[in-house]
Design a protein around this ligand. Structure first.
Ligand code: ZN
Length: 376
């Protein structure tokens, strides 16, 4: 949505002037005279006359992905997305007065799920694959994280879910520096991402994968869709030390860390859900497609209800069929339905990984950082 509440936070993303005024067609910068148009549900605040070396695939392939992703309709926060959302809420501890930024929001699902807990929820992304519910409840900006259109000290809290693993180091540095700039002193940021590190309990985790593969061999389940997944994860922060150094360069101080050793998570994703899907597949026609509604993913490879997990399919017929199947699945997912409660139970089982093994260093991590109140 476009809300007046956002205007006092804005600055020109091109020249950084705060001298902006509102006209019918958009926001005008009095200093560099660029116009930032009001689009359908968001403001186009991309910096002008700027070219960047790195462009996200969500920007370069936006039209294609828009057709592919069925991004307009959000499922409730369940399974891996639910675990992340619950961790986000626990670690950021929303207050009703908070002004919050989902920096690199994608569909803005986490912004939607948390908007009612804060005073103002802002979502920012260079691609505009925003969900309908986000357009209705979140202040949205088409913006580049290397030159955010927000003034210094604008936000109490910010979050970054499944973002850092996509960027090269120089973009990570710009992204974190800009996030730090727009946070107020004492403001906090929560990031979820992945390094290349292995969990110390990886051999046990792999048992679930092996069990899952046995199902495939036994013909219980077909993994071919998984194999089609395309990854654009760079993981240029390779180790935990790299992560800490990056936040340190941005002047952000670690407050709390929770690792995600995916013992229960992998069991759920590779065994439990697969069995459930195989059963459902036998019960319903086209049932094999049911799984596409789930944030199916290989957790260690970083999770996915983020669009990155959905590969581009060759046939538009297949896409249409899949979108129909997802819609059907989502209609059964309404809060209060039996399927919803079952999946919530499974979500809590996955969350046990955070409670039991959150202290054990591994590749997937939540990190809460703070912008110091007095610099230095
Ligand atoms: Zn300007």
């Amino acid at each position: 949505m476009i809300t007046r509440d956002l205007f006092p936070l804005l600055q020109c993303p091109t020249c950084r002037s705060r001298d902006l005024y509102v006209a019918d067609d958009g926001l005008h910068c009095a200093s560099c005279t660029h116009i930032y148009a009001f689009a359908d549900g968001y403001i186009d605040l991309m910096p002008r006359d700027t070219t960047y070396g790195y462009v996200s695939k969500y920007v370069s392939d936006e039209a294609e992905l828009a057709e592919e992703l069925d991004y307009r309709d959000l499922a409730p926060p369940l399974l891996a997305a639910g675990v992340r959302d619950r961790a986000l809420r626990r670690m950021l501890r929303w207050r009703p007065s908070d002004v919050a930024l989902d920096n690199g929001c994608g569909t803005a699902k986490h912004a939607v799920w948390n908007a009612r807990h804060v005073g103002l929820m802002v979502g920012s992304d260079p691609a505009t694959l925003f969900a309908d519910e986000a357009v209705a409840t979140v202040a949205l900006a088409k913006a580049d994280s290397r030159s955010l259109p927000f003034a210094e000290d604008s936000f109490d809290k910010a979050f970054s879910i499944d973002i850092l693993e996509h960027f090269p180091i120089d973009v990570i540095d710009d992204y974190l520096a800009e996030t730090a700039r727009v946070l107020r002193p004492g403001g906090r940021m929560l990031a979820f991402s992945n390094t290349r590190e292995m969990s110390p309990i990886q051999p046990i985790i792999n048992l679930s994968r092996r069990l899952g593969r046995l199902f495939v061999r036994a013909g219980v389940y077909d993994f071919s869709r998984e194999a089609r997944r395309k990854s654009d994860h760079l993981k240029s922060l390779e180790t935990w030390e790299d992560v800490l150094a990056a936040f340190d360069r941005a002047g952000l101080r670690p407050v709390r860390v929770v690792f995600w050793n995916s013992l229960f998570t992998t069991f759920v994703e590779h065994v439990l859900m697969k069995l459930g899907e195989a059963v459902m597949g036998r019960m319903k026609d086209e049932g094999g497609r049911m799984k596409s509604a789930n944030p199916k993913s290989d957790h260690n490879d970083s999770e996915v209800p983020h669009p990155s997990s959905f590969t581009l399919h060759p046939s538009s017929d297949g896409i249409a069929r899949e979108i129909r199947a997802r819609r059907r699945m989502r209609s059964q997912l309404r809060p209060g339905s039996p399927v919803y409660y079952a999946l919530m139970g499974v979500t809590l089982l996955m969350e046990l990984d955070l409670w039991l093994f959150g202290w054990m260093r591994c590749g997937s991590y939540f990190i809460l950082v703070e912008k110091p109140r007095s610099p230095g």
